[in-house]
Design a protein around this ligand. Structure first.
Ligand SMILES: [Cu+2]
Length: 159
């Protein structure tokens, strides 16, 4: 009898856990046509000149998010890392990406439109463009950027 009660109890627990887990990961239906993407200036933690659009979620809050970044030609992001995994899809142009804590274009790889890259949390990397480039970035918030060399943080110069 006790065994049966325990079984029922654990089943109920499992089911409520599944319902909870499902609920917390369920997305809201979103449709954004390409020409409806709302571009704004990228936040001050990024070198100026880039535009950003939030498609889903809020990168500053916990949970999944998807954003786009439009970088002009000759844009440069100094070596940095993130505390969460970074998933990048190149939508147009070419993203030049290098691994490591030192900006060195000879260490970079040219990633044309259609490319997909995953950078694990904590992996140091840097990027630059030769032409206008749009990337889509998705991951789990809260999102942040830490520059390997604190002097590279654009916030330092904007305060
Ligand atoms: Cu990055």
């Amino acid at each position: 009898m006790l065994k049966k009660v325990m079984l029922v109890l654990s089943l109920v627990l499992m089911m409520s856990w599944c319902a909870f887990a499902h609920h917390t990961t369920k997305a809201t239906q979103i449709t954004i046509l390409g020409d409806q993407v709302k571009w704004v200036n990228a936040p001050p933690m990024l070198p100026s000149g880039a535009m950003m659009a939030v498609l889903e979620g809020n990168p500053m809050k916990p949970g999944p998010f998807t954003i786009r970044m439009k970088a002009p030609a000759a844009y440069k992001i100094p070596p940095h890392w993130h505390s969460a995994d970074e998933h990048i899809t190149v939508l147009s142009g070419t993203l030049n990406l290098g691994m490591g804590g030192k900006f060195d274009t000879s260490m970079g790889k040219s990633l044309p439109a259609g490319s997909y890259i995953v950078l694990p949390a904590g992996m140091k990397h840097f990027a630059w463009t030769d032409e206008e480039t749009v990337i889509q970035l998705h991951g789990m918030g809260p999102w942040n950027i830490t520059y390997v060399n604190p002097a590279d943080n654009p916030m330092k110069h904007k305060q």
